[in-house]
Design a protein around this ligand. Structure first.
Ligand code: R5P
Length: 290
């Protein structure tokens, strides 16, 4: 039985279709004061395996709270075999303490999720692999890169150079480049504040080439805008931008387009106007393999 939370219902129905499983009928709503309501409409057998699909991106607290409501309802129904699939797991960006007495929000989230009798967590391109260690239950960190590479293959005639906008993303560039049998590289980025990044110019042979930029998250768009500007200055003929999680706050899409991106595509771990690449098969194939 697949249960889709409000943040991921379309993706949940696609996963259910891929697995030939039943999508549970649920009722969700918001009261006038902003509080959430959740009800499971279908019958679920105590011994049934239940997979909840719910990303916990913006509004993070509401989506996270709804996930807890689903888990608590299942606990009241005595369902024990529960897997949480959170394709975008909110609060993952603070997975360690930078200043004394800061809350490690990824750890707080992990404690709450596993306190609710969850057997396994599945996510996609977690911000850091070390987040898995914050849980005392199995956490499978899947990669959306094969799905993104397949999309690039189907939609690009030339062999592009794959570029990571910073060193942390170089493994994504490598994974895609290996699948597409092309070159990859990365730029050097320094983050000056949560909103401001500086990307150092690095000489990469992009002259007269199509470039694909790949990152896990695009939030303010600052990282990508800097990268596009440098690549265009260095003679790239086209710059296509791909990411896994389209967080895209405020006018990030406009900023990226204005910087000269030729394409902007992301996966559907989060709902977005640019989420044209589905991770449903990635999730379904992994569940089949367990
Ligand atoms: C950083 O480690 C991530 O991989 C992304 O590069 C970052 O989250 C992007 O943020 P922004 O779009 O605000 O520059």
């Amino acid at each position: 039985m697949i249960i889709g939370g409000s943040a991921s219902q379309a993706l949940a129905s696609e996963v259910a279709k891929n697995l030939d499983d039943k999508l549970c009928h649920v009722e969700t709503k918001k009261f006038p004061d902003g509080e959430r309501y959740f009800r499971i409409v279908d019958e679920i057998d105590e011994d049934e395996e239940v997979i909840i699909i719910q990303s916990t991106g913006y509004p993070q607290d509401e989506n996270m709270m709804e996930l807890f409501f689903i888990l608590d309802t299942l606990s009241d129904m005595n369902v024990k075999n529960i897997t949480v699939v959170s394709p975008y797991l909110g609060y993952s960006r603070q997975e360690r303490r930078f200043k004394d007495t800061e809350c490690i929000s990824a750890k707080a989230t992990a404690r709450l999720i596993q306190a609710m009798n969850v057997k396994r967590v599945i996510s996609i391109n977690l911000h850091e692999e070390s987040i898995c260690d914050l849980y005392g239950i199995p956490v499978d960190n899947l990669s959306a890169m094969p799905a993104i590479a397949e999309y690039i293959k189907e939609n690009t005639d030339e062999k592009p150079v794959i570029l990571a906008p910073d060193k942390g993303a170089q493994n994504f560039a490598k994974e895609i480049a290996t699948i597409l049998d092309t070159e990859y590289d990365y730029l050097e980025k320094v983050r000056l504040s949560p909103e401001k990044v500086e990307t150092k110019t690095k000489s990469i042979s992009v002259d007269d080439r199509r470039v694909v930029i790949i990152d896990d998250i695009i939030s303010t768009g600052g990282t990508i805008v800097n990268a596009i500007e440098i690549l265009k200055q260095q003679g790239a003929t086209a710059v296509d931008v791909y990411c896994v999680h389209p967080v895209l706050v405020n006018d990030a899409v406009l900023k990226i387009n204005a910087a000269g991106a030729d394409n902007l595509q992301a996966t559907n771990t989060l709902k977005s106007e640019v989420a044209g690449i589905s991770v449903a098969k990635t999730i379904a194939n992994h569940i089949k393999s367990l």
